[in-house]
Design a protein around this ligand. Structure first.
Ligand code: WTA
Length: 630
């Protein structure tokens, strides 16, 4: 591939990059994987520790409920921590953390193992057992990582709710998962202010009745309500004799659940995507190793939030499985100044930076001089995730941040896929704006309405044709939704919900979502959640939300509202409704603007035609409106 003349604007990797990288010949690996993907994934699994080896790599007897590594026994935490503690890595830094206020903490693998065991013992003392769900609602601090690992160590299923979500989002996720324990921080620092996480949680807990114990981690230290008998301080429990640093690890079946993570879908409530110990571990370990080309001496920084899949796979599990040193930062990229990130890259000597296009576009606005003040020569690889990266941002990232020597790994994947699916590797020639090709062992295509491959450069539906180890196992408590949402449009094929093009070189170009999911600053939100928050306000009769292009955020939310009879349309009410969405769903879901309307375009069966609203807002032709009700 390297010698081939590719079409369009191509950035070929340097000899230096190729020589350093684990995979020098992508084509060779890919051909091998294509010939026999089961052996390929068996080899990947062999790189990790199993208490008992699997009988079968894949069991597809009950499609689309695929099982991987059946009969295998493991625990992802054993491979994240215990295995390293037995080697020289026990003294290696697992985590370097900097708070927004400048606090720092570091954990060696030994320390992270110890803290995880202590935390796990606290959870056990609260009655948490294998298979129980535990909700975690915290900011970006080391304790969130420890909490997740502690759950997994004893076989409990964690359900992390992003700290940027608010009352209703948290409450419905706690209720749906039936969590008896909630782990929460008192607050989180964000742009110098405190996000009152515990206060939000208190309000959420009034709306749901499952939680018996609340474990509170102190971060911001402001006065909070502690309900007697329900709420307990983590720093107190961790010092009790029960919290010893030894905690037996639960031996898990490969297919035992590891976590659920709620994500927005086409309709209705967010769904809980379920991942398991075995297959998820293999997918995440090998994808991070090959794509970000992890070497022993690396310092790796994934600037996402642990509350989203990117954080689960590539802040928590992936880096630890690879025994690497991760950096984690609590706050906003431009606080207090737009050089905060660049300063920390220099200070800690970061080699790999993985972030989202929205962050790059946001920092790009402040100009190059903020970047150029710092020595970023430690950087070797850059990464992008969450939404399509526009070529302009790609080139800025490449030239100004990477100094034209760091390849950009534009990784396409989803909560449901668990791991990178379309992604370059350092030795692969790049085209700005394309994630290049599927990871070895994975076959994908772009198809038309009938499932036929479209011609090069034509737009179509992005699909996945082969199963992969870290694939979604089920929608928790709603298996029918797995079938109906992902596997029913085309038989035997996984529907991603994205539209894309494939060029003449087989490179994929993602266009965006084709369903009612909106990507705001890379965060995934559903129109249904925003609309249901709006109609929960006592002045609103009906609402419709759409995403419109935004220079920094990628998309911004616009909402159309029909007020109840007799309610006056005032600018104050618009502001109140925006605040209401922020309070119910979270600040990330706050509409950019709300417009009062008297009718909404609907189909005869009463479905809102958001496509028509979008076309109107963009001044475009709404296309086929034959199903529009008069
Ligand atoms: C979008 C995030 C273009 C896509 C890991 C997908 C991307 C959705 C990219 C999943 C990328 C993610 N280029 N689009 N590199 N990465 N997406 O579940 O629309 O939060 O379907 O997972 O993000 O969002 P999710």
């Amino acid at each position: 591939m390297n010698n081939k003349n590719l079409t369009g604007e191509v950035y070929y990797p340097s000899e230096e990059v190729i020589n350093k990288s684990h995979i020098k010949d992508w084509d060779e690996l890919n051909n091998r994987a294509k010939k026999d993907y089961q052996s390929f994934w068996a080899e990947r699994a062999d790189e990790l520790h199993w208490f008992k080896k699997w009988d079968k790599v894949i069991d597809d007897s009950n499609k689309p409920f695929y099982k991987w590594y059946t009969g295998g026994k493991t625990n992802i935490v054993y491979n994240c921590l215990d295995i390293h503690v037995k080697t020289f890595r026990r003294n290696k830094l697992a985590l370097i953390w900097e708070g927004e206020n400048g606090d720092t903490k570091t954990f060696s693998y030994y320390a992270l193992h110890r803290e995880t065991c202590k935390f796990a013992n606290v959870l056990k003392s609260m009655g948490v057992q294998k298979g129980d769900r535990v909700t975690i609602y915290m900011g970006r601090t080391p304790e969130i990582v420890i909490a997740m690992l502690a759950c997994a160590r004893i076989g409990a299923i964690h359900s992390v709710v992003y700290g940027g979500f608010s009352v209703e989002s948290l409450s419905e996720r706690i209720e749906d998962s039936n969590s008896k324990v909630l782990i929460v921080a008192d607050g989180a620092y964000q742009r110098g202010k405190i996000v009152p996480l515990k206060q939000i949680a208190d309000e959420a807990l009034q709306r749901c009745g499952t939680v018996e114990h609340v474990l509170v981690v102190k971060r911001t230290g402001q006065e909070i309500n502690m309900e007697f008998g329900r709420d307990m301080w983590y720093h107190e429990l961790i010092n009790l004799p029960i919290a010893t640093q030894h905690c037996a690890l639960e031996i898990m079946d490969a297919e035992d659940p590891l976590f659920i993570l709620y994500t927005s879908g086409t309709t209705g409530k967010p769904k809980a995507i379920l991942h398991t110990h075995g297959g998820y571990m293999v997918g995440v370990h090998s994808s991070l190793k090959y794509v970000f080309d992890i070497h022993e001496e690396d310092r790796y920084w994934c600037a996402a939030d642990p509350g989203w899949i990117t954080g689960h796979s590539y802040i928590v599990y992936g880096p630890l499985l690879n025994g690497t040193t991760s950096f984690m930062y609590e706050g906003a990229p431009n606080f207090p100044y737009p050089n905060r990130w660049w300063q920390m890259i220099e200070k800690y000597g970061i080699n790999i930076l993985y972030t989202a296009p929205t962050a790059i576009r946001g920092l790009m606005r402040f100009g190059e001089s903020w970047v150029n003040r710092h020595d970023l020569s430690s950087l070797r690889l850059l990464g992008s995730v969450g939404e399509p990266i526009n070529p302009e941002a790609w080139k800025w990232y490449y030239r100004v941040v990477g100094k034209e020597k760091c390849p950009i790994m534009d990784t396409w994947w989803q909560t449901e896929t668990g791991m990178f699916m379309i992604t370059p590797m350092p030795s692969v020639p790049l085209k700005p704006g394309s994630g290049t090709r599927p990871f070895p062992g994975i076959e994908m295509d772009v198809v038309d309405e009938n499932g036929n491959s479209v011609k090069p450069n034509e737009e179509g539906f992005l699909i996945i044709k082969t199963p992969w180890p870290s694939m979604i196992r089920t929608v928790y408590k709603d298996p029918e939704r797995l079938v109906q949402q992902y596997w029913s449009k085309y038989p035997g094929v996984y529907l991603t919900g994205d539209s894309a093009r494939k060029d003449e070189d087989g490179y994929f170009w993602i266009i965006g979502r084709v369903d009612d999911v909106i990507k705001v600053s890379g965060y995934r939100l559903g129109t249904a959640e925003i609309e249901s928050a709006l109609v929960s306000h006592n002045t609103v009769a009906e609402a419709a939300a759409i995403g419109l292009p935004h220079e920094v955020k990628g998309n911004a939310i616009y909402a159309y509202v029909i007020l109840r009879a007799g309610i006056e349309k005032t600018p104050t009410l618009i502001e109140e409704l925006r605040q209401h969405v922020s309070h119910e769903v979270g600040p990330i879901a706050k509409p950019e603007n709300i417009e009062f309307v008297d009718t909404l375009p609907k189909t005869r069966s009463g479905k809102i035609m958001r496509r028509v609203l979008k076309a109107r807002a963009l001044g475009q032709d709404p296309g086929n409106i034959s199903t529009l009700e008069e």
